[in-house]
Ligand binder design. Structure first.
Ligand SMILES: [Zn+2]
Ligand SMILES: [Zn+2]
Length: 139
């Protein structure tokens, strides 16, 4: 995470009716089709603020590549893209591999901040705290 560098977070609704022709164009197999259908709904761009098409990963069931949905306004496309080969090897870094595609625009995943994800991380400890039965359980 680098303060001041944020994910684009542009949204796009990819419903089943829009997906079916895209899956047909891709000649997607059963497992890919199932994974893509499970991921349908609101897409959110995971690239750093950029120009050009927005992108979110839908499925990564093959080694070294992942299926991405790309959109501007229209048309939307599904494309298999090779994984970004860069990892956070800085001595103070996480060692994590970048989860974007090769030659993506903008920073690698650890260089950009997703405010929504940071918010979830911040409240997660309070959400997973065991429920205190003593105070409100009448039995
Ligand atoms: Zn975008
Ligand atoms: Zn990268």
């Amino acid at each position: 995470m680098t303060l001041g560098r944020y994910v684009c977070a542009a949204r796009y609704f990819l419903g089943f009716s829009g997906l079916n022709p895209l899956l047909k164009d891709l000649a997607a197999n059963y497992f890919t089709s199932q994974a893509v259908r499970a991921a349908a709904g609101w897409m959110q761009c995971t690239l750093e603020t950029h120009g050009g098409p927005h992108a979110e990963m839908l499925c990564d069931n093959r080694p070294g590549v992942a299926l991405w949905v790309r959109w501007t306004d229209h048309p939307t496309e599904l494309v298999w893209l090779r994984d970004c080969p860069v990892a956070d090897t800085d001595p103070s870094g996480t060692g994590d591999a970048c989860s974007l595609f090769v030659e993506h625009p903008g920073g690698h995943t650890w260089e950009i901040t997703d405010p929504e994800l940071e918010l979830i991380r911040a409240v997660e400890p309070t959400l997973t705290k065991p429920y205190d039965k003593g105070s409100s359980d009448p039995s």
